[in-house]
Write a protein that binds this ligand. Structure first.
Ligand SMILES: Nc1ncnc2c1ncn2[C@@H]1O[C@H](COP(=O)(O)OP(=O)(O)OP(=O)(O)O)[C@@H](O)[C@H]1O
Length: 338
């Protein structure tokens, strides 16, 4: 039996700005397997959330092209009635900001019960209440019977995020998308929430897409990592390879901008991901951030190249990339850490 849970085939998500559509996710093809955490990293504006919302069918006015194959069925552009059956059931999402994800006027327990009423209508009231308490217990909320009756504003940020997770896992989703699930939390709470997500993978064997700009989180949690830049995947590999043998200049600059043990120098590449209207659509999208690399080293139509089994890199410029304060000779034959 196939282990494949989700397959994005040439996914393109475009938003209308004034009178034209601009792709925020541009020709992305990736797979998420059961019992696997796929990390998606990239700077703000690289298209991570647009990708997640596309999978969940949460874009109202975007144009979606390509296929989103979930458990063998293409759900791209499915009717809302069909998506409503899957969302919160076989597929669920943990949002970045628990305050906006929760209804401020509804008791915690009732908010969790709501998703059970929707997807498991045959559950008795008693069974449902018991299940909600069990879920609150599972996500590590102390005094669950008491918390059932509380409102979101009465809980701390970490506890609220646990409630959001309880809602997401209420129906034992097979695919869980976590979009920056710990960004709003302090470091100790962050570690607890990540532990919880790890437990979910181990106990429920779910496939998890973990979106973050925090490379430390990815290193700790992911099995495979996709690096996004300007709407495209620029590199994808298993987590070990990505951290030890990354090749794409963007990945290398992401890794090199974080202080690491034994590293005496940080290489920060200037600039930001351009806005949608100004995104370069031709050639290597990262080229304007690395102007010292000879233009002839970029491909005209950069493709993902499989440089080792399961390790893909976009644009052959990686072969010629070096940081300005390194010597060219050391790097021209590959990554010094590789
Ligand atoms: N509904 C929308 N309409 C128009 N443009 C949008 C819309 N949603 C996102 N965008 C644009 O699409 C691009 C990708 O945004 P997205 O939110 O997916 O990035 P991201 O990588 O998730 O960033 P962050 O880490 O800040 O959440 C950005 O340029 C953003 O401004």
């Amino acid at each position: 039996m196939s282990n494949k849970l989700l397959e994005l085939q040439n996914l393109k998500t475009s938003f209308r700005i004034e009178d034209k559509y601009y792709a925020a996710v541009d020709d992305v093809s990736i797979t998420v397997n059961k019992n696997e955490v796929l990390g998606i990293v990239g700077e703000s504006g690289s298209g991570k959330s647009a990708l997640a919302f596309s999978v969940m069918g949460l874009h109202n006015r975007a144009k979606i092209e390509g296929n989103i194959v979930f458990k063998g069925k293409n759900i791209a552009n499915s009717k809302p009635s069909h998506l409503n059956k899957i969302r919160g059931d076989a597929m669920a999402m943990i949002f970045q900001d628990p305050l906006t994800a929760l209804n401020p006027l509804m008791k915690i327990g009732d908010q969790i019960a709501e998703t059970l009423i929707l997807h498991r209508p045959n559950m008795s009231n008693k069974e449902r209440t018991e299940h909600v308490i069990e879920l609150l217990n599972m996500v590590g909320i102390p005094r669950p019977v008491y918390v059932y009756e509380q409102f979101p504003h009465e809980l701390s940020g970490g506890m609220r995020q646990r409630v959001v997770i309880a809602i997401a896992i209420a129906n034992r989703p097979e695919l869980l998308i976590a979009d920056e699930p710990t960004t709003a939390l302090d470091v100790t709470i962050q570690a607890q929430i990540l532990d919880l997500i790890r437990t979910l993978k181990n106990e429920m064997h779910a496939g998890i897409i973990l979106i973050t700009h925090d490379l430390g989180v990815v290193a700790e949690m992911a099995d495979r990592v996709a690096v996004m830049y300007a709407g495209q995947i620029v590199e994808i590999a298993d987590v070990h390879t990505l951290f030890e043998k990354s090749k794409h200049p963007y990945t290398r600059s992401l890794l090199n901008s974080v202080p690491a043990e034994g590293q005496d120098k940080l290489h920060v590449i200037q600039g930001i991901v351009p806005g949608l209207k100004n995104l370069p659509r031709k050639g290597c999208r990262f080229s304007h951030r690395i102007p010292w690399v000879d233009p002839s080293h970029h491909e005209e139509n950069p493709e993902l190249h499989e440089v080792a089994p399961g390790h893909f890199v976009r644009c052959t410029c990686y072969k010629h990339f070096y940081f300005p304060d390194e010597t060219k000779e050391v790097h021209i034959h590959g990554n010094p850490r590789g």
